[in-house]
Design a protein. Sequence first.
Length: 107
Amino acid sequence: MASIPQRPDGAVGTRDRTPSEAVIALLLAEACPPDDVVPTPETPLTDGGLELSSLDLVRAIVGIEESLGIELGDEEVMDADLRTVADVLALVARATPPHPNPPYPNR
């Protein structure tokens, strides 16, 4: 799997986490998983996993873009078959390289 781009300043927007950890944290911030679900790359985004609605997923993707300082193309997101955490990680890994001056401040 390709590596997830980091912002030029090394920040990932969610403290001292790797980009993959940041993506999972941002997905969890929007999720309502059962207490026994520990996210792994194979964890489903919806039923039986993180229990994300389509709106939750959109919010998480926007948060990922802002936190990592990347841009995920609308068409690429719409065409992506996002079923698992690994699918989101792969989408982010294919993202536009980090912008040198992200439009959003680091959270």
